[in-house]
Design a protein around this ligand. Structure first.
Ligand SMILES: NC(=O)c1ccc[n+]([C@@H]2O[C@H](COP(=O)([O-])OP(=O)(O)OC[C@H]3O[C@@H](n4cnc5c(N)ncnc54)[C@H](OP(=O)(O)O)[C@@H]3O)[C@@H](O)[C@H]2O)c1
Length: 320
């Protein structure tokens, strides 16, 4: 439900990582829900013309550098963020990466764990009492199969522990792969299909996902801001159905007008492909991505599912 805040001061929320795919959907949803939004970015000028970011306060703040300094310099590096956070009622952290420069887990640790802790420390100093954290399905500090999953799990544990210790109300979200206009998952496979003649060779073709619509994910974030019952929760977010990666790639290719026969690669070829492609600019597939896909990315039996079907949304943007 949209709240009418026309006669009141609208609460202000800061969204870290708000310039990315999820952020560009979340910001209009927050504004429609009655919130003013600020978004720090390493390169705000690149995003000023994006219509989804219209009406937000775009700030220049290199969180990555702050997090690095924070790790070595106690709390002082967070001061810039403390100042930026004054007058905010909540902080949302969407910052995340899928690959790192070297296959050693260090950058995942800095971007997922150190940055989140620096941000929470700053929130505490600025008196911000609500924090929403974007994690990922499969994140686990102890059982994650990849650096990505372990660092996401460690960050999730750390933000909940910090919140409990310092009286900050924390909720974390654990989505399977997210789809919607501008996604980098279905759009990437649709784009690749265009350049593959007839047959689409695919690593980890049997991996299973429960794609969740970005609109449903954003609705949960907005709901959480006003929901005391969601405080302390770690919420898995899955769409209504599970698919194999093979099914999703074939579907994306078909919808994009480039139907392809998907050829599952044997495991040793998939591993070899990851070793090669992680040296290609943009790192389309890495050993860490391969490790993440060794476990299915779906919700458990009986868990709540988000309502929007892939088939009701994806054709509209894959066809263009
Ligand atoms: N998309 C999915 O299918 C999916 C599934 C599960 C979980 N998630 C999680 O959801 C979150 C958002 O995903 P997304 O798809 O929107 O990602 P995205 O499009 O890649 O956006 C990531 C954002 O993080 C910021 N960022 C990246 N590296 C950074 C760094 N080193 N320091 C500071 N900021 C950095 C970027 O901001 P600037 O470049 O403007 O500074 C960007 O706005 C991530 O945490 C991701 O792990 C996504």
């Amino acid at each position: 439900m949209t709240t009418d805040h026309s006669n009141t001061v609208r609460p202000r929320v800061m969204v870290l990582g708000g310039t990315g795919f999820v952020g560009r959907h979340l910001i209009p949803a927050l504004q429609a829900g009655g919130y003013d939004v600020s978004v720090p970015s390493r390169q705000p000028d690149q995003h000023r013309n994006g219509h989804e970011l219209a009406g937000t306060a775009l700030l220049h703040l290199d969180l990555d550098t702050l997090a690095t300094a924070f790790g070595h310099d106690g709390v002082s590096a967070a001061n810039t963020l403390v100042q930026a956070l004054s007058n905010h009622s909540a902080l949302i952290n969407l910052v995340g990466i899928l690959h790192e420069p070297r296959h050693n887990g260090e950058t995942f640790q800095r971007v997922h764990v150190d940055l989140a802790m620096m941000a929470l420390q700053a929130a505490r100093q600025a008196g911000v009492s609500r924090y929403l954290h974007m994690s990922a399905l499969g994140a686990s500090a102890t059982h994650g199969a990849s650096f990505y999953q372990r660092s996401k799990g460690e960050a999730e544990d750390a933000v909940h522990a910090f919140g409990a210790r310092h009286g900050i109300a924390v909720t974390s979200f654990r989505p399977s792969v997210i789809f919607g206009p501008g996604d980098s998952f279905l759009n990437r496979f649709a784009g690749l299909a265009r350049w593959t003649p007839g047959i689409f060779p695919l690593a980890c073709a049997q991996a299973r996902f429960a794609p969740v619509y970005v609109g449903d994910v954003c609705a949960k974030f907005v709901e959480a801001l006003a929901s005391p019952t969601m405080v302390g929760q770690r919420i898995d977010l899955c769409g209504p159905a599970d698919y194999s990666l093979r099914e999703l790639v074939a579907y994306a290719a078909r919808q994009a007008g480039h139907p392809r026969w998907v050829l599952p690669l044997p495991d040793f070829v998939a591993r070899l492909q990851a070793r090669v492609l992680e040296h290609v600019p943009g790192k389309p597939f890495t050993r860490d991505n391969y490790a993440s896909m060794k476990t299915h990315n779906v919700c458990g039996d009986g868990e709540a599912r988000q309502p929007t079907r892939l088939e009701d949304i994806a054709p509209s943007y894959l066809r263009t």
